[in-house]
Ligand binder design. Sequence first.
Ligand code: CA
Length: 232
Amino acid sequence: MDHNFKRILIVEDEEKIVEFIESYLTNSGYDVYKAYRGNDALRLFNTHAIDLILLDLMLPDISGEQICREIRKTSTVPIIMLTAKSQEESILNGLDIGADDYITKPFSPRQMIARVKALLRRAYADDKDSEVLSFNDSDLIINETDYTVKKAGEFVNLTPSEFKILITLAKRPHKVFTREELIHVAFDGDYLGFDRTIDSHIKNLRSKIEDDPKECRYVLTVRGIGYKFGSD
Ligand code: CA
């Protein structure tokens, strides 16, 4: 399946640096999200399927360390700290609380892109091997290479939309997707319909892969928010 661009969140209060980083990341094919304040960073992170964070440590509201700590409570998303050379203590502390890497300012665009690429490769190395996703002792098997799905040993026929929704959810078990986000990630902007029409796809998908669509095991509703994948 054609996976869309990795989503990178830049958290930095200096607009010039943000613009600089953004232009190079965009040119390298990444999807860029920007936060100038810590609160915005957490909000964006919680509402978008972010794949990597570039995190400045000195922010006007919440410190980068606090953001890192907060995110690590629920996520292993790769985090690269942006630091000043003099911040050796902060760097060590940041790595201690779960940041993966750091870049000291000023940095060259090439250096930054190389670090981003390297970390993404490391963090998502398993993605290639996970072309076959299997859940609950092979009760549900999703094969990303040939677009097939088996439920309790039998092939089930999913429409392309149903398949895209299923694989998007299944690759991030327990992550809650809003309808909007699900459409964005699964269809990459190539979706005709309203947010709510996603519900009919979900309904049909459930009738095909759930033992009991009233007691869903895989495609779970998160009331008032959207959907998530559940696996034991
Ligand atoms: Ca700063």
